[in-house]
Design a protein around this ligand. Structure first.
Ligand SMILES: C[S@@+](CC[C@H](N)C(=O)[O-])C[C@H]1O[C@@H](n2cnc3c(N)ncnc32)[C@H](O)[C@@H]1O
Length: 312
């Protein structure tokens, strides 16, 4: 349970405002190694292309940062994928409205595979999440009948990840989760998903976007494209950092705007000032929209998030 607003201290404030600097400094320490390994490998294509170099640099950095980010984000992301988040609050498994991720899943920007283990059947047995009869492989749409509040059986995952620098680690997480026959890496950006022909429109029971829509090109256009991959009744699980809201002080917004001038090249092209929540809501007609700021998010947060589930 997040602390009530009144318990925030000056330390919390300072930590939040200093966080982008710490992250950028940490990222910078991975640049020399990235350059050195490209030089030693005679990889001139990486050395002469900013996009390639940035991807290789980010891949190395995320190998270190990813697990730390998982530690701080899992208190939100795990309940989200279990369908236990509503109105920005984490609720009990028994909540009648909640259904976790299941069926055919499109995971966008999985990176080094921070959340892959949650798609595994082993996760179902270790948490007691129930698929009941709906979990049987013979059921054509196991997600549709998943028990309320549980994570449904995941039958197929397409991990849309263009950065080849993280594929080895992502593959290792897939193997560790026993998902070799279920999880397929699609090595393109979402802007190239349609031409790749790897995923059909209206074929996904669930889309999962966790801290990745900050990094994609043409976000409004590509978010609309993604909407087209969801089946009617399909659900989009969102945990993304976004631009400061109007309820935050203009000073926080100004600071976020300043940081956004410096931040993107250090963090793989990530942008701080995207109105991702609004763009997802506007991507197409939804039968249910449950997307808002996490409960208890401090007003001074420089990387405020939105969390929730939208149903097509
Ligand atoms: C900050 S990382 C987050 C990774 C992971 N979702 C996590 O929570 O640890 C953002 C990811 O988005 C990926 N990404 C960047 N551009 C993309 C695009 N056009 N399509 C899909 N993924 C993209 C990056 O390669 C990176 O792995």
């Amino acid at each position: 349970m997040p602390p009530p607003q009144s318990t925030f201290t000056i330390y919390d404030f300072a930590a939040s405002w200093f966080f982008p600097w710490r992250f950028m400094i940490a990222s910078t320490t991975f640049l020399p190694g990235t350059l050195a390994s490209a030089v030693l490998a005679g990889d001139w294509r990486t050395l002469l292309s900013w996009n390639r170099l940035q991807s290789a640099w980010f891949g190395r950095f995320w190998g270190w940062a990813g697990p730390l980010v998982r530690t701080s984000a899992e208190e939100n992301v795990v309940p989200l994928l279990e369908g236990r988040v509503t109105g920005g609050r984490i609720v009990e498994r028994s909540a009648a409205h909640a259904r976790g991720v299941g069926g055919t899943v499109l995971e966008i920007g999985p990176g080094s595979g921070n959340w892959v283990s949650i798609f595994s059947d082993r996760y179902l047995s270790s948490t007691g999440s129930s698929t009941s009869t709906s979990g049987s492989l013979s059921n054509p749409n196991p997600d549709a009948a998943a028990a309320p509040g549980s994570r449904g059986k995941v039958t197929r995952v397409f991990g849309v990840e263009p950065n080849a620098g993280v594929h080895a680690e992502l593959r290792a997480k897939i193997v560790a989760a026993g998902l070799e026959d279920v999880y397929e890496i699609v090595p393109v950006g979402i802007q190239d998903l349609a031409p790749s022909g790897r995923v059909l429109l209206e074929s996904a029971d669930c889309i999962v976007t966790v801290m990745c829509l900050c990094s994609i090109p043409d976000p409004q256009l590509n978010i609309k494209e993604l909407y087209g991959y969801l089946k009617p009744g399909g659900r989009w699980f969102v945990y993304e950092h976004v631009k400061c809201s109007h309820s935050q002080s203009w000073v926080v917004g100004a600071y976020q705007g300043f940081m956004n001038l410096i931040w993107p090249p250090f963090i793989g092209g990530c942008e701080l000032r995207r109105d991702t929540g609004k763009w997802i809501k506007e991507a197409g007609p939804w039968s249910d929209v449950d997307l808002t700021a996490p409960h208890g998010q401090p007003w001074f947060h420089v990387l405020p998030h939105v969390i929730g589930i939208l149903t097509k």
